[in-house]
Design a protein around this ligand. Structure first.
Ligand code: FE
Ligand code: FE
Ligand code: ZN
Length: 277
């Protein structure tokens, strides 16, 4: 099955959002665990959750991707910010443990002048505190474009974090096509090489989800500006190659393109047409 969806607001609950993604032609969605610019989580609604799980079962929604807020920075120079990251990780994971197989994506962080090595130390420290052997949720490090002091701009940085995490079977990677292209991985002309490099440094078995975005910015610009599918510097051909690639086609794909619902529906329809049997 082609697992395809987009980022949606969960403000009306899981069931309503599930119905929306089915209406848009998809079968999975990404949502923010809480206000992306703030910190407050919506209260857990067990009735909504159970109704959603039933609906998901009937409709074939197999997996959801939860995205941590942008304000979560595990390697900020400010101790209070790192403390907030710890708190958000713990309470988001607790919420996600209701699901049998949740995915939780986060931006590794920005070291805000401390340097990459200190930043990685702090990310590893928090991950080793919040991950535990019995958890069902898989936590995903997102590949980043490398703007500012962002960590996760290279497969080496991501691999170093994973290598130092104790609960290795709880950790995976979400590859963002816009970010990796901006970070200097040429998925347009050398997709095979990029995947081989990912496999050698991280292991393709760690790849659990794809953020499917075109880019407004040129290759290797370290800029993070998403574009609609086919209208950017990556282009439709490269994106179609990725959704059909034998090493990627089993993964869930999430659009984070600048769209309202109607635009998402069009992109989902286009991608479904371009998906090979
Ligand atoms: Fe993200
Ligand atoms: Fe992303
Ligand atoms: Zn982005």
């Amino acid at each position: 099955m082609f697992k395809i969806g987009c980022h949606l607001s969960i403000s009306n609950g899981f069931l309503k959002t599930g119905k929306t993604i089915i209406e848009l032609g998809g079968n999975t969605f990404q949502y923010f665990s809480r206000n992306p610019q703030g910190g407050k989580a919506r209260p857990w609604d067990q009735n909504d959750f159970e109704a959603f799980m039933h609906y998901a079962n009937v409709q074939g929604i197999e997996v959801l991707l939860c995205h941590a807020p942008y304000t979560l920075n595990a390697c900020s120079a400010t101790p209070e910010t790192r403390e907030f990251a710890r708190m958000v990780f713990k309470s988001d994971i607790e919420m996600l443990e209701h699901f049998p197989n949740a995915l939780y994506n986060f931006h590794p962080g920005s070291h805000t002048g401390q340097g990459v090595e200190v930043g990685i130390d702090q990310i590893v420290e928090i991950l080793n505190e919040v991950l535990y052997p019995e958890m069902k949720t898989t936590v995903l490090l997102e590949t980043m474009s490398g703007k500012g002091s962002e960590i996760g701009r290279s497969f080496e940085e991501i691999s170093e974090i994973i290598n130092r995490v104790q609960c290795k079977d709880k950790i995976g990677v979400c590859l963002d096509t816009c970010h990796v292209y901006s970070a200097g991985y040429d998925i347009v002309n050398h997709l095979e090489d990029v995947l081989n490099e990912f496999d050698a440094l991280i292991g393709l078995e760690r790849l659990k989800a794809i953020h499917l975005n075109d880019s407004k910015m040129p290759f290797a610009s370290n800029k993070d500006r998403h574009e609609k599918i086919g209208l950017g510097t990556i282009g439709l051909d490269a994106i179609v190659q990725m959704i059909n690639h034998p090493k990627l086609r089993h993964l869930p794909f999430y659009l984070e393109t600048p769209n309202e619902d109607a635009g998402y529906a069009q992109e989902i329809e286009l991608l479904k047409k371009c998906r090979t049997a």
